[in-house]
Design a protein around this ligand. Structure first.
Ligand code: PLP
Length: 388
């Protein structure tokens, strides 16, 4: 019997293989030094691995409590209290998720309805807009203006309509390395005052803010905290992006809705990892040392690129650095990235990949979440780059 193939109408017609897979494949074909991915190439603390192993050996291998292992939720609450001075109810306002990505999905899916509008900023992490569109809602990108990639709050004000349900913030920012200031938070608070707009605040790089500056997250601001779902990632904080554990915090009315989606999407995050994180976070230095750790890597990358043809855009947080070549050439950024892999053996990401309309600022993104030898070797390869 001949079976006709089943066809199905796509919900995401313009979504294909991500640039990260394309560059990753090309990079491994040419054995390039990989500065493209946001995943560390160095080991996590062996204490964490021992913690997971211990949890498995102690039989913590079944479903965790749906909202997360209790001690881990307590540790998260303690951390937010100590670092940002805000208290969240351990039982009702903290949710452990299977990665920040799942927290983002659950939040948008729970709170955004068909016909709603969601404002976000480009260049942007790739998942926001497709998730919004999957809800039958409209994703509205506003452009961060090069070279400092700050938010134009007047433009935000002018874009808000009665349909605006959510504004997505990401600080520290992937891919630009920019961070919001107290003045930005005050602008956001003023713009959203007396509205029902929810802030989804992606703060996965919350512990990676440089030059002794504070992280201006939503939990530091009473008015914004009251309308925000804040997302974080243990993967980013503890160098274990493959373990897929993160968390969200939000006022109870918002969290009640997010939990409804989470329970059917994941039910609960990986149990042994949650035990290990709870034990490990007992010492706050495990996350508080991160800014210094990555600042050394940022500075090493900057000094190693001193003789490169690129102009570097200052990075204030995250583990990304932007490098511009627009003063030398008008070559497409994706062509430059391909050429750098093939000719110099170093992989980066074209900034145009972070825009829905492919805006090309003649900028590439470098990741310094790498061991020092890789940073130096990658920078040396970039120093050999030629533009005609
Ligand atoms: C801004 C931003 N948000 C979310 C994520 C996803 O984090 P996770 O690996 O915990 O899903 C990333 C990962 O690159 C990111 O850069």
């Amino acid at each position: 019997m001949i079976h006709t193939p089943v066809s199905s109408r796509t919900k995401l017609d313009d979504v294909g293989t991500t640039i990260f897979s394309v560059i990753g494949e090309l990079s491994s074909r040419y054995k390039a030094i990989n500065l493209s991915q946001g995943a560390p190439n160095f080991a996590c603390d062996s204490e964490l691995i021992k913690g997971v192993t211990r949890a498995m050996e102690n039989n913590h291998n079944q479903y965790a409590v749906m909202t997360g292992y209790g001690l881990l939720r307590e540790r998260i609450a303690e951390k937010i209290q100590n670092v940002y001075g805000r208290s969240y109810d351990v039982e009702r306002e903290i949710l452990v998720t299977a990665s920040a990505s799942q927290g983002i999905y659950s939040t948008i899916s729970a709170l955004v309805h068909p016909g709603d509008e969601v404002i976000y900023f480009e260049p942007s992490f790739d998942s926001y807009a497709p998730i919004v569109r999957l809800q039958g809602a409209k994703a509205i990108p506003l452009k961060l203006q090069a070279p400092d990639f700050g938010i134009n709050w007047d433009e935000v004000r002018a874009t808000i309509t009665s349909k605006t349900k959510m504004i997505i913030i990401n600080t520290p920012h992937n891919p630009t390395g920019q961070v919001l200031s107290q003045a930005d938070l005050d602008e956001l608070a003023a713009i959203t005052r007396n509205t029902d707009i929810v802030i989804l605040s992606d703060e996965v790089y919350e512990h990676i803010v440089f030059d002794d500056k504070p992280h201006c997250g939503m939990a530091t601001h009473s008015e914004l905290a009251a309308r925000s779902v804040i997302i974080s990632s243990f993967g980013k904080t503890f160098h274990v992006t493959g373990w897929r554990v993160g968390y969200c915090v939000a006022p109870q009315a918002l969290m009640d809705e997010v939990v409804k989606v989470h329970q059917f999407l994941m039910f609960s995050a990986d149990t042994p990892m949650q035990y290990a994180f709870a034990e490990y976070m007992k010492d706050p230095q495990t996350y508080l040392h991160l800014a210094k750790f990555y600042q050394h890597k940022r500075d090493l990358m900057i000094s190693s690129l001193a003789d490169s043809p690129f102009e570097l855009i200052p990075s204030s947080g995250s583990f990304f650095l932007l490098a511009s070549y627009g003063h030398l050439s008008q070559e497409k950024d994706s062509d430059v990235v391909t050429r750098l892999i093939k000719e110099q053996g170093v992989a980066t990401i074209p900034l145009s990949a972070f825009y829905t309309d492919g805006t090309d600022n003649k900028v590439i993104r470098l990741s310094f979440a790498k061991d020092d030898a890789t940073i130096i070797a990658g920078a040396q390869a970039l120093c050999r780059a030629r533009f005609d």
